[in-house]
Ligand binder design. Structure first.
Ligand code: HEM
Length: 410
């Protein structure tokens, strides 16, 4: 029974903040939990007893199960500094559909799905190729060494999401600074709220000006549907802006780091660039950027895998552990760009499965390929164990990735 299972002291010690032995593997404490059992009772910072789920099949099953809710007001904060009184968060405001259940969620998702089809995203390919080429030109021109995060991984998805939404790129400083505060695990609730107010204040102005003079962008398109009010538009724009750049940026940088430290895999990709699609999926599996995992709350009593989850109890779905589950993946801890049947959960699963996944995939395919083609002998400019990791951020990755090279291809 659950009682005979040793309990994790606190959730945060299992999911974050414990130093990693390998920069691409989950923290040792989480690995230990995952190896011992697929589901473990854990104490949240407010004292709430919930569950940490690390097994691939269980994580996938819970994400597809409508008895588990994404509603914000059912959540206990997983991070100490972000607790509110009585432990529960307020309900999500209109438009924040990531933290809602069907049917509220469905309405927003439908309005957006039409804008994020594979066809729509494929149309962006030439533009993304141009953006990547421009960044690489700039890097080549400056000469070695370069910080790939600053010069490449962050600007590409920022430029793309700004263009897609119709946000002037010159305003990026405003939302990048606030986004960093949101993602810093040490930020207090007050700091988080101030950062959110900063971004939404900016977007409020932007939506107003687009309503007055629409452009050829997603935000203008959403305004023109006439189905969303000002507050909803601002929060949807917020969600897309925040979800759309830090995630992809950290995958671009962390994936590049993984390839640079796995030379045989990088050589295989260079020899056979048509493997890029599989390589991107493998990078998403191997180098998960979600440090905290995905959170849900039970809407009723649920029995899974011999455990009784009571109504209201929260579960943390540790995607980063699920993606390394040896019962699902052969040689789970090995980066293998030719891995068949890679059903990773990096984009989640079920009704909330990542809306921007096609865009993220396209950006990564174009980004990795262009980078390693342009610089055939690219290598780290500092020892791998000195690369500063984002252990302090909700979205994991590298703070900096200094690289150097001798040869540049046109
Ligand atoms: C949802 C991962 C890129 C927009 C999600 C979820 C995950 C995820 C795991 C599910 C969260 C949950 O179930 O609670 C990623 C990763 C990315 C990425 C790993 C990059 C490699 C993007 C991009 C965009 C985006 C580029 C937008 C342009 C969204 C939105 C949702 C979402 C709007 C909420 C969907 C919903 O609630 O229905 N993402 N994402 N993401 N993602 Fe992404």
């Amino acid at each position: 029974t659950a009682r005979s299972i040793p309990m994790t002291e606190t959730l945060s010690s299992a999911i974050t903040l414990s130093p990693r032995t390998c920069p691409f593997d989950p923290p040792p404490e989480l690995i230990e939990q995952a190896e011992a059992r697929a589901i473990t009772p854990v104490r949240f910072p407010d004292g709430h007893m919930g569950w940490l789920i690390t097994g691939y099949h269980l994580v996938r099953a819970v994400l597809a199960d409508p008895r588990f809710s994404a509603r914000q007001e059912l959540r206990h904060a997983p991070i100490e500094h972000r607790m509110v009184e009585k432990g529960l968060l307020p309900p999500a405001e209109p438009g924040m559909f990531l933290r809602m259940d069907p049917p509220e969620h469905t309405r927003y998702r439908r309005l957006l799905t039409g804008q994020f089809t594979v066809r729509h995203m494929n149309r962006l390919i030439p533009r993304i190729e141009r953006i990547a080429a421009d960044r690489l030109d700039a890097i080549a021109e400056q000469g070695p060494p370069a910080d790939l995060v600053h010069e490449f991984a962050l600007p590409i998805p920022s430029l793309v999401i700004c263009e897609l939404l119709g946000v002037p790129y010159s305003d990026r400083e405003v939302f990048q600074r606030h986004t960093a505060t949101l993602l810093r695990l040490e930020s207090s609730l007050d700091e988080v709220n101030a950062a959110m107010a900063g971004i939404t204040g900016y977007l409020d102005e932007l939506v107003r000006s687009k309503a007055a003079s629409p452009g050829d962008d997603l935000l203008s398109g959403l305004i023109e549907t006439g189905e969303l009010d000002q507050g909803e538009l601002v929060r949807i724009a917020f969600l897309l802006l925040v979800a759309g750049h830090e995630t992809t940026a950290n995958m671009l940088a962390l994936g590049s780091f993984a390839l640079l430290t796995n030379p045989a895999q990088l050589a295989a990709l260079r020899e056979n660039p048509s493997q890029i699609e599989g390589a991107v999926e493998e990078m998403l599996r191997y180098a998960s950027i979600f440090q905290i995992g995905i959170q849900r709350a039970a809407l009723e009593d649920v029995d899974i895998d011999g455990h009784h989850i009571a109504k209201g109890e929260n579960v943390i779905l540790a995607v980063q552990a699920a993606n390394r589950d040896p019962e699902r993946f052969e040689h789970a801890d090995t980066l293998d760009i030719t891995r068949p049947n890679n059903g990773h959960l990096a984009f989640g699963h079920g009704v909330h499965q990542c809306l921007g996944q096609q865009l993220a995939r396209i950006e990564m395919r174009i980004g990795y390929r262009a980078l390693f083609e342009r610089f055939p002998d690219l290598r780290l400019a500092i020892p791998a164990d000195e690369v500063p990791m984002r252990s302090d951020m909700a979205i994991y990755g590298v703070h900096k990735l200094p690289v150097t090279w001798k040869e540049v291809k046109q």
